[in-house]
Design a protein around this ligand. Structure first.
Ligand SMILES: O=C[C@H](O)[C@H](O)[C@H](O)COP(=O)(O)O
Length: 230
């Protein structure tokens, strides 16, 4: 359940991350309720004179950015992204991350991989000792999805086809999302590879060794920039 306090924790983490944005940067705009606050803050800073261009990780973030007047680029216009600010569903102490709760994991990963710096912004509830309580989202093509789900079962999870309005949820790329209930993920590095080797899988929501910084907002109003435990 999202409470007002959760929303405030997300906002303060997001606003701290936006302090890292400087004039002239290409900025990756994440997706979700935490990234929302970063996009809003970028819009505010642009009204005060900040001069940046941005690339969105979803249609939702693109619409939001357009509505507040952030100028957008695509990969045909740029070689790299300077900094991306994005939310997450779980973050462990090595900064391995689960993303995709909003179904945007593929574009998010493409933008993150193109970024010189990836800042993950979360509220304190997302910090975990071990990933996997949050079901791992896996983006798969529609063709043969039942077989792809069966193959995912063999990796030790309960796969659930994500639905919206009683129909399969469709990503911005026209694919399905399977939410894989692992309960606990012991070896995220290996699992990431194993899942992506299944034919029909486009990508999964594990972001391994991609985060450069993790900023956490706490319910007491404090913000912490974490240190990675390697
Ligand atoms: O697909 C969605 C993204 O990976 C989100 O960044 C992630 O689910 C976190 O979302 P929120 O900030 O709304 O909790």
């Amino acid at each position: 359940m999202i409470t007002g306090d959760d929303m405030e924790s997300k906002r303060i983490a997001a606003e701290r991350a936006v302090e890292y944005i400087e004039d002239g940067m290409i900025v990756g705009l994440g997706t979700g309720s935490t990234a929302y606050w970063a996009i809003q803050k970028i819009g505010e800073r642009m009204k005060e004179g900040l001069d940046i261009r941005a690339i969105a990780t979803s249609n939702q973030s693109e619409s939001l950015a357009k509505a507040i007047g952030i100028s957008l680029v695509s990969f045909s216009d740029i070689k790299a992204v300077d900094v991306t600010i994005d939310g997450a569903d779980e973050v462990d102490r090595q900064w391995n991350v689960i993303k995709g709760g909003g179904g945007a994991l593929l574009r998010e990963k493409i933008v993150a991989a193109a970024s010189k710096q990836l800042i993950i912004i979360i509220d304190e509830r997302k910090l975990v000792d071990r990933l996997g309580e949050f079901p791992l989202p896996v983006e798969i093509v529609q063709f043969g999805y039942e077989m792809t789900m069966h193959k995912l079962t063999e990796l030790g999870c309960r796969p659930i086809l994500r639905e919206k309005d009683k129909k399969p949820f469709m990503t911005d790329n026209g694919n399905y999302i399977i939410d894989c209930e692992f309960g606990s993920i012991e070896k995220p590095v290996e699992l990431h590879k194993e899942i992506n080797m299944i034919p029909g899988v486009v990508d999964n929501g594990l972001f391994i060794h991609m985060a450069d910084q993790v900023i956490v907002g706490f319910e007491d109003g404090s913000v912490k920039e974490l240190r990675r435990m390697v």
